[in-house]
Design a protein around this ligand. Structure first.
Ligand SMILES: NC(=O)c1ccc[n+]([C@@H]2O[C@H](COP(=O)([O-])OP(=O)(O)OC[C@H]3O[C@@H](n4cnc5c(N)ncnc54)[C@H](O)[C@@H]3O)[C@@H](O)[C@H]2O)c1
Length: 478
């Protein structure tokens, strides 16, 4: 069995220190300066009165080389244009979806700031995991982006559960939109033990609450684009609508939030987020878009392909790896594709190139003040068995002998079920999807073959059981 976790309680951030003790990120507020003349030093500039913490900042250089100035949907509608680029805060911008999105938006002329406490990298260290692809530090990523494009991305290193840090970031950057990817996003991670379950819900729910409070206090006009998940809906035996369902009951009709049947502590954290966001839209007039995203696959976007230092992460392990990405890596190293149980589990999927496109569309067409919108963000549905067949066929074309193996399902979920989820709202805004094709599978498989020497075979099998979830933090020797 792969090693699971470290031997201590789990607490990567100051905000969860109440639960357990361990080193933390999040005290410092660092804005990276990218210009050649200044990369060597960070200037101490201010200290926060509110917290008596020292926040470290650097002046950033002006954004250069922009070819266009994005406008919000309301500006486009009114014909009003502003010479200032729109500012987007990408929370969780060092992660898989966030990094690709930050670069995409920067390339499109938005002024981008990344907010991240780098906890995803810490999870890897603690669990003995690694991305298939080598990834540069966030500082080097941003410097490389600047050197290639002339565009500056500001960097705020800290934990959004720390409201003082987040407040400083909002006051300093003054975002027009906040795209919130910054959560613990693995269902298996949230099911390892009590401390990870508590951490996940604390990190995700409190982090999102802090973002809502920061918007209310410092950026009333800011549009929240929050990453939810299709997993919030579960697998009901009726069609899944986009956020809301019109019901007639005892002769009366109402349109209500679509029922949520999440099936892990992670997915439940997203449900709680959605309720908090919907409430603050009503109560405070927050404008928000909840993007219920399907499973993301792929690695390259136009921007991350520009240089190896811009490369995105690709997770293949049993905790952070997701279905199609995992299957491609398994095929590349000659490991049987690990189908959980009967393999009829059907979900919505999308290419990472469409994640960045969907977020851009949501930003460019913002919700109105007080509006809580829900978009189902995926482009196609597949069962696990269908994915295994597609990868087997694509592997054969590359000369790979791909086998499939049914393994005991570590999750508690229906393995054969009805699934039909609506996803028209982003298409109506102009989404031009990259559907799963032979060429994408070829390139993903070739990518996996290129890096196959980095694969740790011990990390491939699922190692976290929903039913046998440990109440105490585990110590597992390698
Ligand atoms: N990857 C998918 O297939 C997928 C599918 C559906 C939904 N989503 C959602 O999209 C979002 C991004 O997913 P991802 O795959 O990029 O995850 P990821 O783990 O690669 O990235 C998340 C980033 O957020 C940061 N972060 C976490 N907690 C933070 C905190 N308290 N303060 C500051 N930064 C914090 C992490 O360090 C990391 O860089 C998540 O909310 C996830 O639930 C992802």
């Amino acid at each position: 069995m792969a090693n699971l976790v470290t031997n201590c309680g789990f607490s990567p951030s100051p905000a969860v220190k109440a639960h357990c003790n361990s080193p933390s990120y999040g005290h410092n507020f660092i804005r990276l300066q990218n210009s050649k003349s200044s990369t060597s030093s960070l200037n101490l500039k201010s200290s926060s009165k509110r917290s008596n913490k020292l926040y470290v900042t650097c002046a950033s250089t002006a954004v250069q080389g922009q070819t266009q100035t994005p406008l919000t949907g309301s500006q486009q509608a009114s014909g009003h244009s502003s010479s200032k680029p729109k500012k987007v805060m990408v929370i969780g911008g060092d992660g898989y979806c966030g990094w690709a999105t930050a670069l995409h938006l920067s390339n499109k002329g938005y002024e981008v700031a990344i907010v991240d406490n780098l906890v995803r990298r810490l999870f890897d260290h603690q669990l003995g995991l690694d991305s298939l692809t080598p990834i540069a530090s966030i500082q080097n990523r941003i410097r490389r982006w600047k050197s290639l494009t002339g565009k500056t991305i500001q960097l705020f290193i800290g934990d959004i559960c720390d409201f003082d840090f987040l407040s400083e970031a909002f006051k300093s950057f003054e975002p027009d939109s906040a795209v919130h990817f910054g959560e613990q996003r693995s269902a298996p991670f949230s099911m390892i033990d009590r401390s990870r379950a508590v951490y996940t819900q604390n990190n995700n729910v409190i982090g999102t609450l802090n973002v809502l409070f920061a918007m209310k206090e410092f950026s009333e006009e800011c549009h929240l684009v929050k990453l939810g998940t299709m997993g919030e809906y579960g697998t009901p035996n009726i069609d899944i609508e986009e956020g809301f369902l019109t019901i007639t009951h005892n002769g009366r009709t109402d349109t209500l939030p679509y029922p949520k049947q999440a099936s892990s502590f992670y997915h439940l954290s997203k449900v709680h987020d959605s309720h908090n966001i919907a409430f603050t839209c009503k109560a405070w007039g927050i404008r928000a878009t909840d993007l219920n995203q399907g499973v993301v696959y792929g690695i390259r976007t136009d921007e991350t392909a520009m240089h190896e230092e811009l490369s995105n992460r690709l997770d293949y392990d049993g905790i952070f790896g997701t279905a199609l990405n995992r299957f491609c890596v398994q095929a590349a190293v000659g490991h049987p594709l690990t189908v959980y149980g009967k393999g009829g589990q059907t979900r919505g999927y999308l290419d990472i190139r469409d994640t960045v496109q969907c977020v851009e569309l949501a930003i460019a067409n913002p919700a109105k003040p007080g509006e809580f919108r829900v978009f189902n963000q995926f482009t196609e549905q597949f069962s696990v068995n269908e994915l295994a067949k597609l990868v087997t066929a694509a592997g054969a074309k590359l000369g790979l002998d791909v086998q499939t193996k049914s393994v005991p399902n570590p999750r508690v979920e229906a393995e054969e079920h009805y699934y039909n989820a609506k996803h028209s709202k982003l298409s109506e805004l102009g989404l031009a999807p990259h559907l799963l094709s032979d060429s994408l599978l070829d390139s993903l498989l070739n990518f996996a073959v290129q890096y196959k020497d980095r694969v740790d075979m011990a990390q491939i099998m699922p190692s976290v059981s929903w039913k046998k979830m440990g109440a105490k933090p585990k110590t597992v020797s390698v």
